[in-house]
Every structure is written in C-alpha cells, then in structure tokens.
Design a protein around this ligand. Structure first.
Ligand code: SF4
Ligand code: SF4
Ligand code: SF4
Length: 333
C-alpha cells in the first residue's frame, strides 16, 4: 500500500502514526553512481550567454501546462499575475515557486568586462542540476522526489509530498523552492521539461536560446562538446550548435577564454546540468565546499532515522490528543 499526501494528512489527523511508521520509507540508500543509459541534460556556456532571458520566458510558458514544473491546476493562466499593472513585468530576482530557472549577473570589482574575473562580470543560469546521485531524492521520506532510471531526470510527484522540505535542506545547490503562499503548498524545481519528451520536444529554455548558450542533449554528447570547447584557443572561430548538441543550426563566432573546468563533471558526484564559464565558478555563486563527495552517502545515516522520529512524534501527539479528548469528555459528563 502506498501513502500519498491525503493519506498522510488523514493519518496525522486521526493519530495514525503507526500507519506512517510502516509507510514512510525513505528512498533506497543506494543512489545511482553512474549516468543512466539515456541520460539527458543541458550544457550552459556562460561565454555565449547574452542575458536576454528568453530561456526564462519559455520556461514559464511551457511549464504552465499539465505536467509542467509550474502547472497550477487551480489557476489555468501563467504562474505569474498579470492582473495588476505593477506585475506586467515578471522581474524575478531569484529562484522561487514561480521561477524554476533564472539568469543572474555576477560581478567582481567594477564589473566592466564580460567573462573576466578582474573587474569583470559573467552571466549564470541557475536551475536544478539533475544530480547523478541526488541528495534531495535520498532524503525524501515518501519518495516524492525521484530519479528517472533511464534518462536521469530528477522529478517531483506532487501527490506523495508531505511538505517536510527535507529536500530543500539536503540540496547542496539550494534549488528546491516551496509554495509558502499556497494553502496546498508544493515543492517546485526544474524537471528538465520531461513533460515535453513524448511529443519529441526538449527543454524549453534551450529551444528559445538564440545563441546556443543553453543546449540540450545526451549527457555523453554534452560532455564531449564541452571537452572540445576547452581545447579551443581564445580568438579562433568555432561553430557552436544552437538549441541541441546535435543541431544542424550553428552559431559561428569567436571563442572566448574559458576557465579550464567543466562544472558538474564531478561536483557532488556529477550532474546532468553542466556549465562552462570564463570566470571561476565561486564567482558565479557555486559553493566552493561542494566537492566530489557523493552526498547521499552522508545524508543517509541521518535520514534513515527520520521516519521513526516522525512516527514517534505523531504517535505521541495522537496519544496526547486522545487522552485530552477523553478527559474533556469525562468533564462534560
Ligand atoms: S540540484 Fe538539488 S534539487 Fe536538483 S537533483 Fe541535485 S539535489 Fe536534487
Ligand atoms: S529544462 Fe525546462 S523546467 Fe528546466 S529550466 Fe529549462 S525550461 Fe525550465
Ligand atoms: S536564452 Fe540563452 S542567451 Fe538568452 S539568457 Fe538564456 S541562456 Fe542566455
């Protein structure tokens, strides 16, 4: 028998901690270590990004339909509010429950020169990294976050979520966001547009990117493309694929200077979202404490105790509620 959000609330309401104890089994500790066979992902090249935010626009549009990461069944329109003139421009400053992909500008010193560290700036595209061994999946006590065994996409099963938000604490990249403003809150994050694959489509952000800064494809191909770029010399010409890694459409332009590092190749055990940049990744907001350590190895020891803790608290709460109710009834009689 599986437990969903409704069952959980029912169990909590009627003091069904014992039911929870038998249901709230954390995801298997043995998270994958290798790329799934058909792993897909995104390569973002900050040196090609012009900050147009087209990717953000199409992310919101294409994810507002059923199956999309921002779909709100109770609100059929886009997940931002056009009703007030003040809200005509959706000017997101950070990831939120309404914004699962954001382009940010990161500056150093005077911030005058693009893709340079000294007095420079760089753009960065922030969304779920689709970790090969996702910490969010490993800590979820009811498997509301899952990793697709074939394509490796880390996705969310809304009906199972109990709102504990362990995923938010566990994610080293601080990605999942919560609908605090909602009466029926959900976790929100990029799901790599998996709802579009059956129709032969791919990530909406890459579809709208005019420069090839964001390209979708098999992770193995994206790694090869990135490795090739790291061998190019600054100033030489190169045909950058646009939209997908195997696209016939190319953008021919001069190569910028890269930091010799493909971010996501090894960080946190490897990720399916990969990044190239002209400046150090710390400058782009990536925590330098994120190493090659596979995080579920660390989280498992703690999280494996949590269902028992939740169940104990609920059983205790239910018992207290029953005793108090009994006493009140006696008094009334
Ligand atoms: S980046 Fe965070 S939310 Fe995304 S898969 Fe990794 S741990 Fe999960
Ligand atoms: S893959 Fe889809 S959900 Fe993720 S950032 Fe791109 S458009 Fe948004
Ligand atoms: S659409 Fe492409 S170029 Fe424009 S902001 Fe997004 S990643 Fe950068």
């Amino acid at each position: 028998m599986s437990m969903n959000r409704r069952d959980f609330l029912k169990a909590a309401a009627v003091g069904g901690g014992a039911i929870l104890a038998s249901q709230a089994v954390p995801a298997d500790a043995s998270m994958p270590r290798e790329l799934p066979p058909e792993a897909v992902g995104i390569l973002y090249d900050a040196t090609l990004c012009i900050g147009c935010k087209s990717c953000m626009v199409n992310c919101k549009i294409q994810n507002s339909v059923p199956g999309g990461a921002l779909y709100l069944p109770d609100r059929k329109e886009l997940p931002y509010d056009f009703s007030s003139p003040d809200n005509i421009w959706d000017d997101a400053r950070d990831l939120s429950s309404k914004t699962v992909n954001i382009i940010k500008v990161c500056k150093n010193g005077t911030g005058e020169h693009k893709d340079e560290t000294e007095n420079g700036f760089s753009l960065v595209k922030q969304h779920c990294m689709h970790c090969i061994s996702p910490a969010c999946v490993s800590v979820c006590p009811v498997s509301a976050l899952r990793k697709d065994p074939k394509n490796g996409v880390v996705y969310y099963v809304e009906d199972r979520c109990i709102g504990c938000r362990y995923c938010m604490l566990a994610c080293p990249f601080r990605i999942p966001r919560y609908e605090y403003e909602s009466a029926n809150p959900r976790v929100r994050k990029c799901q790599l547009c998996r709802h579009r694959y059956d129709a032969g489509k791919y990530s909406a952000c890459c579809e709208y990117c005019p420069t090839g800064a964001s390209i979708f494809g098999k992770v193995t191909d994206l790694r090869k493309e990135a490795a090739k770029r790291l061998t190019l010399k600054p100033g030489e010409e190169y045909s950058f694929p646009v939209q997908t890694v195997d696209s016939k459409e190319k953008s021919r332009r001069l190569v910028s200077k890269y930091i010799n590092h493909l971010y996501g190749m090894k960080e946190a055990g490897g990720t399916q979202y990969l990044l190239l940049a002209g400046v150090p990744f710390e400058m782009l907001g990536f925590d330098k404490n994120i190493t090659e350590q596979v995080l579920p190895d660390l989280t498992w020891a703690y999280i494996s105790k949590i269902p028992a803790v939740i169940a104990t608290v609920l059983i205790g709460g239910a018992a207290t509620w029953a005793v108090t109710r009994g006493r009140n009834k006696d008094k009334e009689e």
